[in-house]
Ligand binder design. Structure first.
Ligand SMILES: NC(=O)c1ccc[n+]([C@@H]2O[C@H](COP(=O)([O-])OP(=O)(O)OC[C@H]3O[C@@H](n4cnc5c(N)ncnc54)[C@H](OP(=O)(O)O)[C@@H]3O)[C@@H](O)[C@H]2O)c1
Length: 308
């Protein structure tokens, strides 16, 4: 995939998708630089920097020093909650971080800046101008600025509009798949919303392949590319499949929690994505869930969360 000998900066590399992407880029021979707000030591060759990307001074010194060929911006406060307390972290970590990178690559150019967007960005309800959450609003603002930078200054930026990503290594254990998997492994009833939302789930390794395709796909600057499976499944069905594959005696409690307002129900346009970057997902939901359950079984076992 021609990333060898390239200098690639991955933000959010301590997170779910960023860590999988960084590992893959290393395997492909890239020199991988990563950022976290914490001290991180990994036993691979990733070159870590510590800092907060919502500081323009930090971003400027980082890019000036590394002079990356490509940047994948995956750092984010990934939380779709509608609560007021999410306003500031979602604004800073999703919008300000992306804006700082756009400002900085204008001064210190890169071959391409790839921003992680989200299917949550645009509301499919009647009032198109109202995002569904603080997270969605911040992502949408970042997307709009990216398009503006591209239009005004020809900034080589594109957006990977990610659908719901699942798979081994998701560190936020409150997210649906890790939560249901670990609850079931612990023989506890998962407490859920109605489960009526239809969601397009995409496996993390497929997302990584798509992101790598995006670094040098021609003519995609100024575009948002859908990265999803192209099919949706009702939350109730994915949860039931998952629980039955682990322990069919557990019955998930649907309706224990309120549904969120203005939930998005969208399906990735994978035909368009294939035309633009020559990628389509290859992992079936069945295979992806199996890998995920295996991963969390080992994870739970290693933490003594489950007594076999
Ligand atoms: N997971 C999904 O289903 C999904 C769906 C659609 C879109 N996306 C997008 O894909 C990207 C990656 O998602 P993910 O699930 O991998 O996220 P994640 O596991 O929560 O990782 C995000 C990382 O961002 C870093 N970060 C946050 N704010 C930062 C800041 N101000 N400065 C520096 N680093 C910061 C955090 O690292 P430290 O705490 O170590 O600093 C964290 O590890 C995000 O942009 C997200 O919005 C994800």
């Amino acid at each position: 995939m021609e990333v060898c000998e390239k200098k690639i900066l991955v933000t959010g590399a301590s997170g779910f998708i960023g860590s999988a992407l960084s590992r893959k880029l290393l395997k492909l021979g890239a020199t991988v630089y990563a950022v976290s707000r914490r001290d991180i030591n990994t036993d691979d060759e990733i070159i870590w920097y510590k800092g907060d990307l919502s500081s323009l001074d930090f971003v400027t010194s980082l890019i000036k020093e590394i002079q990356p060929d490509y940047i994948y911006h995956l750092a984010s406060h990934v939380c779709g909650s509608r609560e007021y307390k999410n306003m500031i972290p979602t604004f800073n970590d999703n919008f300000v971080t992306a804006f700082n990178l756009l400002l900085t690559v204008h001064k210190y150019p890169v071959k391409r800046l790839i921003l992680a967007g989200s299917f949550e960005e645009i509301n499919s309800h009647k009032d198109l101008s109202i995002p569904s959450s603080p997270y969605a609003a911040a992502k949408f603002a970042a997307l709009n600025y990216a398009l503006l930078f591209h239009k005004l200054y020809k900034t080589p930026v594109c957006i990977a509009s990610l659908y719901m990503v699942y798979g081994p290594g998701q560190k936020d254990l409150t997210k649906l798949i890790p939560y249901v998997t670990l609850s079931t492994l612990k023989k506890k009833t998962p407490k859920l919303t109605s489960g009526n939302r239809n969601v397009d789930w995409v496996y993390v390794d497929d997302v990584v392949s798509a992101l790598i395709k995006m670094h040098n796909a021609p003519n995609i600057d100024g575009h948002s590319i859908d990265i999803g499976s192209g099919a949706s499944i009702k939350t109730k069905n994915i949860v039931t499949n998952l629980v039955n594959s682990i322990n069919p005696s557990i019955e998930p409690h649907f309706g224990a929690l309120d549904d969120r307002k203005m939930e998005q129900e969208k399906i990735a346009n994978v035909v368009e994505t294939y035309k633009k970057i020559g990628w389509k997902p290859t992992t079936s939901l069945k295979e992806g869930l199996l890998n995920t359950v295996k991963y969390y079984s080992n994870f739970a076992y290693s933490l003594f969360l489950v007594i076999y």
